[in-house]
Design a protein around this ligand. Structure first.
Ligand code: ADP
Ligand code: ZN
Length: 436
């Protein structure tokens, strides 16, 4: 297998040199953070008066954590480390749950982000011969613009399609021979149902690869998408607080996402005790920016659960890999006292060949007990079978889920197209229980 690199020196740097660079850059980040009213007081309380208080990488544990709520408190610009004249871009979280979080970028920040994305797409074997259709929303959400510049820089022909209007997406794919797309896994599954509905054979498309991210999904979903479209799907991870896409990306080996450790220090912690976890142990992912000038962030708690995969990757890159996100800590459901991650239910569903492309998990109270109903779309030919077959299918689905997550759900089968579609991040879980 031929391995392509965007910046071979940076991507295959030996680890002792990488760690030296990280330390130097971490000191720079602390120095910049001290310029902001937000971190100045936080660092002072932690006993850090200057960058020289950080003498080695393990000293990072002396730095305070940053949470999404901290960033809300810093709104609009208490965390800005440069004069506003140097800012060239502003991104903001959706803010559906309260005050939005704002991330400012200087031209240097945008250039570095662009490079990380170029590195990421080249890492999957993409380049100037590709036509790239970016189906993530353009705007304040970073999935659109974030991928855009890096893909252009890597020489791909970029179609800034943005999200939605599936018929037009399909038309663009056919017209321009799109070879690579970027979408949420849930939208990718929806695109497939539309292809089937429109009677477009896969052979009409030139699609070869997809970058899938922005929401948790299981390995079974990746395999399902790869099988349906006959493509390679690569996991793409990022969050707006750390720029957006291009924080961690899978290479052609498809065995975990390389975290670009020359731009980010990644830590894994126990989300309850905040104690560090070792490589291979699952916990909450925490990032510190190393190159960002406008909005340096220290030990940002992502609320994403995953682990670091230890050991070298066959591609030759030395940056450690992160496993796929198991869940977001806020997504965990407690069902009759048992912790349940929606991604585990998804994994069990997507294993089943009868499973279609959409599902929902509904939780409510049945007297004093929690009841989980799983609404699944299954292929329409199944509805021609007799009732006993459908009942047998429901039973198999229930057993499959039960063996994975220790709950006994009610299964509802729906025809394709009956459940609502999301063009961006899908809403899968509807928790209708009264608040405690
Ligand atoms: P938010 O969803 O918090 O408003 P963003 O739009 O910045 O913020 O999305 C970042 C979040 O999306 C990540 O913290 C993570 O939960 C999720 N995410 C992004 N990429 C992936 C991925 N490849 N797999 C799983 N989850 C992802
Ligand atoms: Zn690799």
């Amino acid at each position: 297998m031929e391995i392509a690199f965007w910046d071979k020196r940076a991507e295959t740097i030996d680890r002792p040199t990488l760690r030296q660079e990280q330390l130097r850059r971490l000191q720079g980040t602390v120095e910049r953070a001290l310029q902001t009213p937000f971190y100045k007081s936080k660092l002072k309380s932690a006993g850090i008066a200057s960058a020289y208080d950080i003498k080695s990488l393990p000293d990072i544990t002396r730095l305070p954590f940053t949470t999404k709520n901290d960033l809300r408190d810093a709104y609009p610009c208490k965390h800005l480390a440069v004069p506003m004249e140097q800012v060239v871009r502003i991104h903001m979280s959706s803010g559906t749950t309260g005050i939005p979080t704002v991330i400012y970028h200087t031209q240097d920040d945008i250039n570095n982000w662009t490079d990380l994305v170029a590195r990421s797409v080249v890492c999957t074997g993409c380049g100037p011969s590709d036509v790239f259709q970016n189906m993530m929303t353009y705007g304040l959400f970073t999935g659109g613009l974030g991928l855009h510049y890096g893909a252009e820089k890597a020489g791909m022909a970029v179609i800034p399609a943005s999200s939605g209007n599936t018929k037009r997406q399909l038309w663009l794919m056919k017209e321009f021979g799109t070879s690579v797309v970027h979408a949420t896994p849930s939208y990718m599954l929806h695109i497939y149902s539309e292809l089937v509905k429109e009677g477009i054979p896969i052979s009409d498309l030139k699609l070869a690869k997809a970058f899938l991210g922005a929401e948790p999904y299981s390995e079974n979903t990746r395999k399902k998408i790869e099988g349906l479209f006959k493509i390679d799907a690569y996991n793409s991870y990022g969050l707006s607080e750390m720029n957006g896409p291009g924080v961690a990306f899978e290479c052609v080996c498809k065995c975990g996402m390389h975290v670009w450790e020359d731009s980010y220090i990644v830590e894994v912690i126990d989300p309850d005790t905040l104690e560090p976890r070792r490589d291979g142990e699952e916990g909450e992912i925490v990032f510190t920016t190393l190159k960002r000038t406008a909005t340096p962030l220290l030990r940002y708690r992502t609320r994403d659960l995953s682990k670091i995969i230890d050991g070298p990757c066959a591609c030759g890159r030395t940056h450690r890999r992160m496993d796929r996100i198991k869940a977001r800590t806020d997504d965990m459901l407690i069902i009759n006292g048992v912790n349940v991650f929606p991604s585990h239910i998804e994994e069990a569903l997507m294993q089943m060949p009868e499973m279609g492309t959409n599902y929902q998990i509904v939780v409510d109270k049945n007297e004093s007990l929690d009841r989980v109903t799983i609404k699944t779309e299954v292929y329409s030919n199944l509805f021609k079978d007799d009732m006993r077959e459908l009942e047998a299918l429901k039973k198999r689905m229930r057993e499959n889920i039960k063996s994975r997550v220790l709950i006994n759900p009610v299964i509802e089968l729906h025809e394709p197209g009956m459940l609502p579609v999301y063009e961006g991040k899908a809403k899968r879980v509807f928790d209708n229980r009264p608040p405690l």
